[in-house]
Every structure is written in C-alpha cells, then in structure tokens.
Design a protein around this ligand. Structure first.
Ligand code: AHR
Length: 326
C-alpha cells in the first residue's frame, strides 16, 4: 500500500494538509528543506551510530537538520517536537522512546501541516494519518531469529545437561517498541519448547550499566542460568562483565544471544564470549533523507519501509568485522 500525496491531501479536506500539499513555510522558498529530528538519546553504540548516520546523511543531502537528544525521556521528545512545530520546519522525524502517548503532539503537527516520518521505532496509535511513513526494522522478526537460534542450538546451550534450559532476559526500555516486540518474537518461537523457560526478565534500559546491574542481581538470585537473551548488544556486554566478575565464562558457562551487531558486540562474538547476534541496522539516515525529500516534493512514499537485516555466528562475525562501519 502506498500513501500518495493525493490521498494525504484528500484526508486534509477538513482544513488540514501536510507541507507536501502546498506549504507556505519560508524554508521551502529557496528549495531547501529543514528537518527537525528528535532522537531518543545516546543510550547505546547502536544509537550513536544511528545519530551519526542521520547527521552525515542530512549534510550530504543538503538538508538543514535541527537535532535534539531526549535523554530517553518522552517528555523531552514531545518538547522538541513542539519546538520544531513552532519553528515551522518542513518535516519532523523522530524515533519514539516509547510506543504510546503521541497522539496529542502528532495532532499538533498535523494541524500545523508538517509531515511526520517515524524512524527506527513505531508509535501505537489508531490514527495512522498522524505520520506519513515508518522506516525501520521488524523487531518481532528479530526476536524470532534469536529464539530460533536457541531452539536450533538447545543441546549445546544446556550447559549442565539436565535437559532444562533456563533463560534470563534483559529487556530494553520499558514500553519501547523494540523491547515489546523482541520479547514477543522470542516467546513466539520458544513457547512450543517445553524445556526452554524464561526464568527471570527485567529491563536494563538498553544500556551497558543497566545490563550489568540486572545481570549481577540475576546471578545472585538464580542458581542455574544457561542463557542470557539481551535485547541489545550493550546490555549483553554489561551481562558479560557481570558473568566474568562472578567467576564464570561468558559464551561457554552461560550462552549469550543479543540484537544489534555493533562493533563491540561483534568483537565479543568473534572472541566466543557472545554466541549469536541478530542484526539491527542503525544506518537509517540515507533512507530517511530520501523519504523526506520525496514527502516535501509531494511524491509517493510507501507507508512502511522495512530494513533488511541478517544474523551472525562467531565465524561470520570474524569475516564481517574488518569492514564493519559501526
Ligand atoms: O530502537 C533500536 C534499539 O535502541 C537498539 O537495538 C538499541 O541498541 C537502541 O538503544
């Protein structure tokens, strides 16, 4: 399905239209585009690479980028979006820190005739006319890939050979799309396996420190942990430190599965301290700029653009590392 300019303009008959339907904003007069981007924060290696990708791509495309860092707080992102509306930017893009609670501010953008592009994370709303498109990964599929690896490697994951595989889960930011969907995808796959159980699950907020602290607590209160499933590399790397500090060998005594495939994660994977990584690409900048140009020019864009991704074993990580850009 495509969202066309015509469809968008038709929806706007009640007095609302997006900039693509004929904006009066000053910045459009000289043909240049101004984008307001409200970033989640700087919580992980993935996020840093994502910010670089957006900033570099904006520069390359000649788009004037107004950038803000919400420090993982929804109220900060809402403030930034309101400020971009006041500044009459041509297009607003953001990666929502959590899924819910966006309707009011997105209605304000719509009333101001400013199109909104979601990148990386989705919002949970019934009114899909509040944004033009969503560019990013399929997080449920990422969780399923992680679960499938565990099912396929269950024999080697049961370190104590008692038949039961106890998994502890380090969840991403509570209420965020990747935390909800990666949990769901993983459970979709392992739920039919009676020997695999999630014995503890808690948020580490997508940070290395968070992953370390939660893992330390898990190690104290769970006598047998076979596998760590971390919703991102950073939390997995934090867990790895906690496992080492507890006198165990990460990747051998306790298996680790993570999501992202940033350089630090891939290095630990290549060294056998992480066992499997599901890729989540942060390089969304070029697609975002391309879509922004099209939206402002009134061209068609698909309403969902899914990022293509792969998975990595230690051997594949060794091969990929020399060319890894982030
Ligand atoms: O939304 C993408 C997730 O957010 C990444 O997997 C994680 O590292 C980041 O913080």
């Amino acid at each position: 399905m495509k969202k066309t300019l015509i469809a968008v303009c038709a929806l706007a008959l009640g007095g609302m239209s997006l900039s693509a339907c004929g904006s009066e904003r000053d910045s459009a007069e000289d043909g240049s585009i101004t984008m307001g981007f409200a970033q989640v924060g700087a919580e992980s290696g993935w996020r840093t690479a994502n910010t670089t990708s957006i900033q570099e791509s904006a520069k390359e495309a000649g788009i004037d980028l107004k950038f803000s860092d919400a420090q993982q707080k929804q109220e900060n992102q809402i403030k930034s979006i309101r400020s971009y509306i006041q500044q009459k930017v041509d297009v607003i893009a953001f990666s929502p820190v959590v899924e819910t609670g966006w309707d009011a501010v997105l209605q304000e953008a719509k009333r101001a005739k400013i199109p909104v592009v979601l990148t990386d994370r989705a919002v949970d709303t019934e009114d899909t006319s509040l944004y033009v498109t969503f560019i990013g990964s399929d997080f449920v599929e990422e969780g399923e890939k992680a679960g499938q690896w565990l099912v396929d490697n269950a024999d080697t994951s049961d370190v104590d050979k008692d038949g039961a595989i106890n998994v502890v889960e380090l969840q991403g930011t509570t209420g965020s799309a990747p935390a909800i969907d990666r949990k769901k995808g993983f459970e979709n796959v392992i739920s039919s396996e009676s020997n695999i159980k999630i014995t503890a699950s808690q948020t580490g907020d997508f940070t290395r420190d968070g992953g370390k602290q939660v893992m330390e607590a898990f190690l104290q209160s769970n006598p047998k942990i076979d596998v760590v499933y971390a919703h991102n590399d950073d939390m997995g790397l934090g867990a790895l430190e906690a496992i080492k500090a507890a006198g165990k060998k990460p990747g051998t005594d306790i298996k680790i599965i993570t999501v992202d495939a940033v350089k630090d994660g891939m290095t630990a994977l290549a060294a056998g301290e992480i066992n499997f990584i599901v890729e989540c690409s942060p390089l969304l900048g070029p697609q975002l700029m391309d879509v922004a140009e099209k939206v402002v020019a009134g061209e068609e864009v698909p309403e969902r653009i899914v990022t293509e991704e792969t998975t990595f074993t230690p051997e594949q990580a060794k091969e990929a590392l020399p060319d890894r850009k982030y």
